[in-house]
Design a protein around this ligand. Structure first.
Ligand SMILES: [Zn+2]
Length: 648
């Protein structure tokens, strides 16, 4: 962790090299040279901060979505630099929303204190306080997006998602776990909230939280709402675990007993898998809304989750992403308690390195699916159908021809999930789901080599299950992962993993399916879970046939698979399909056309609108409808069935 350089040091190193190259010596070129910036931002040190943050946040302005912040910071001295959090845990990227920070006023005992922004690090503000000032008052506004054009919505008339990293400045020079903070929050009157923060006192709409460290505080966001429900998921008397629901409308909070039972099973199955827990209490913060963003963000003692408003009331239609809570819960072990050594940072303004995200996110994606099946949130068939989709995506993905998997761990930094064209050619964030397939390969390999006596469950217990009840993060390296795998089953795990994460042009890692007792096939009928998802989201998914995903509301193309028949016909995302073989667009008309073109020479003719241009496009595709499925291969043991079966 200490070998990581703070942002300023990295800048200086790069720029001083440039300056040296053009310093007028022999062989230099004509033209300007750069000025080396002056850096005096103190790198974070592991020592107690000699003051504290007192924070008061007013989040009651639902109409204008302006969050008012008042902060008192003691312990300052000459040269204090204030930082706005930039590199955010869980997002693995510099996504601190500094573009929404406005109205800054700083004072000391009523007298104005001036500030300037660091010329190189825009997240750093230098104080120019008179000598002897030890405490300052800070006021600013956080301008939460008022429209989706600005950014994903966090505040609606009925729900509020509050991340503390947006709502404070903190002093440079200290590990965040060494900075104490006391905070209070004002919410709209009558609202309920959920958070992993512990409450010291509440009076009306204002809540005072217990003093904690800045690290724990920022790791404990708040969800609040007009319509809320808090359900107990730990019936067995262990550490309290709650499902905190916030919905657009009260009727969306109707949770049936079998749905609650499945979420309770999730907690128990996670304990059986990891054999430990690393929280004093845990809150699933869960928004059921199409008015605020659908989050999925892990924290140590809570998680931010968001799904369709009807996630409980239309249970069968919304199964598609029901692995969300299992994924985020798994992160309490894999990601928060155990974290890659190069990803762990001492404060929020030291860059992260994401090289092991295929463990952090990839294995979490794996356990997320497994625990969703083991808990009964998915049936075994639903879990198999979801896995078939994942496997088919990578079997058909072109981007693997040019880019190693590990390089995709940079994607959140390259593009923090802005819309993109040709996603499968870019190979965006493959460390999640291709990582999942690699861990399925590892799991089935362990089972095969140990004649069924060991499995990846043993790795989970030995790697994530250490230090039961302790919260302190334990970091790891690639070598630690290999060593722990070898302790479960001896094998050349280093070569196994490096081939898969470094290789270019390798086929998708599907050996886990084969060893799991299944093979990937395609039929002309979608699985029930995909069909329900497409109907619910009003999508027409022809990705594995003609190569398109279409918005069924108006025929707009949402995605085109690279190298597919649609790609070769020069179709692009955001064009609109108006007609198929002379008939007005309708999903069934398009599917019929694909069926009747099968095994013929006749192209499918589309009329397509792109902007104000109309085109007639011939799509040369003759393989019929294709939807992925897993088919049982009786020559192999049904290891996948065992993986998806609840632990007793
Ligand atoms: Zn994750």
């Amino acid at each position: 962790m200490k070998k990581l350089a703070p942002p300023m040091a990295i800048c200086c190193a790069a720029l001083s090299l440039a300056a040296h190259a053009g310093d007028g010596g022999p062989g230099t070129s004509a033209g300007p040279t750069s000025i080396a910036p002056i850096t005096t931002i103190a790198p974070p040190k592991d020592k107690a901060y000699p003051g504290e943050i007192t924070l008061s946040v007013d989040a009651s302005d639902l109409e204008r979505r302006i969050v008012r912040v008042h902060e008192t910071l003691s312990g300052i001295g000459p040269g204090t630099v204030l930082l706005y959090p930039e590199w955010l845990p869980g997002t693995h990227a510099p996504e601190g929303p500094i573009d929404r920070f406005a109205g800054l006023k700083i004072s000391a005992q009523g007298a104005k204190v001036t500030w300037t922004r660091d010329p190189v690090d825009i997240y750093a503000l230098r104080l120019h306080a008179p000598a002897g000032v030890r405490s300052i008052d800070i006021d600013f506004d956080y301008l939460s997006p008022t429209s989706p054009k600005v950014g994903p919505l966090e505040i609606s008339r009925d729900i509020l998602l509050l991340e503390w990293n947006s709502l404070l400045l903190y002093p440079a020079g200290y590990f965040t776990r060494q900075i104490p903070i006391e905070a209070s929050l004002t919410l709209p009157a009558g609202w309920q909230f959920g958070s992993a923060l512990e409450v010291a006192a509440s009076a009306g709409a204002q809540t005072q939280f217990k003093r904690t460290s800045l690290e724990t505080f920022i790791d404990s966001p708040v969800y609040a709402g007009r319509y809320a429900s808090r359900l107990d998921l730990e019936a067995g008397g262990g550490a309290p675990v709650h499902l905190d629901l916030f919905a657009d409308r009260p009727e969306l909070l109707a949770v049936k007993p079998d749905q609650l039972a499945a979420y309770r099973n999730l907690v128990q199955q996670a304990y059986k898998l990891f054999g430990s827990h690393h929280f004093g209490h845990y809150d699933f913060l869960f928004s059921l809304s199409d008015q605020v963003q659908e989050n999925g963000l892990e924290h140590h003692q809570s998680s931010e989750n968001g799904s369709a408003p009807e996630s409980f009331t239309e249970w069968d239609k919304t199964a598609y992403d029901r692995d969300l809570l299992a994924h985020e819960f798994t992160h309490s072990w894999n990601g928060k308690f155990r974290r890659p050594a190069d990803l762990w940072t001492p404060n929020y303004n030291v860059p992260m390195q994401d090289s092991l995200l295929w463990v952090y996110e990839g294995q979490t994606q794996y356990w997320g699916h497994v625990l969703t099946a083991r808990s009964g949130l998915w049936s075994k068939q639903q879990a198999l159908d979801e896995l078939a989709e994942v496997a088919a995506y990578y079997e058909n993905e072109s981007g693997r021809r040019w880019r190693p998997l590990e390089d995709t761990t940079n994607d959140e930094i390259i593009n923090p999930r802005r819309p993109m064209s040709w996603r499968d050619w870019q190979r965006f964030e493959d460390y999640y789901s291709e990582g999942q397939l690699i861990w399925l390969e590892a799991d089935t390999l362990i089972r095969e080599r140990s004649q069924g006596t060991r499995s990846l469950d043993d790795f989970a217990k030995s790697f994530f299950g250490i230090n039961d009840g302790i919260f302190t993060t334990v970091t790891y390296t690639f070598e630690d992962v290999v060593k722990a795998l070898n302790a479960v089953t001896p094998y050349d795990w280093s070569a196994f993993l490096r081939e898969r994460v470094d290789g270019v042009g390798r086929p998708a890692p599907l050996d886990g399916l084969r060893r799991g007792g299944y093979r990937l096939t395609y039929t002309d009928t979608p699985s029930d879970i995909l069909k329900a998802s497409d109907q619910f989201r009003k999508h027409v998914n022809l990705f594995f046939s003609i190569g398109l995903v279409i918005d069924d509301k108006d025929g707009t193309i949402l995605e085109v698979r690279w190298d597919s028949a649609a790609f070769k016909a020069k179709l692009t995302e955001s064009s609109v399909i108006l007609a198929i073989d002379g008939i007005a667009y309708d999903a069934d008309v398009l599917k019929d056309a694909i069926r009747s073109a099968k095994d013929t020479q006749r192209p499918i003719e589309l009329i397509v609108k792109t902007g104000d241009r109309f085109r007639v496009v011939s799509v040369d595709y003759h393989e019929g409808l294709r939807y992925p499925h897993l088919e049982r291969d009786a020559s192999m043991p049904a290891r996948l069935d065992d993986i998806y079966t609840a632990r007793p």
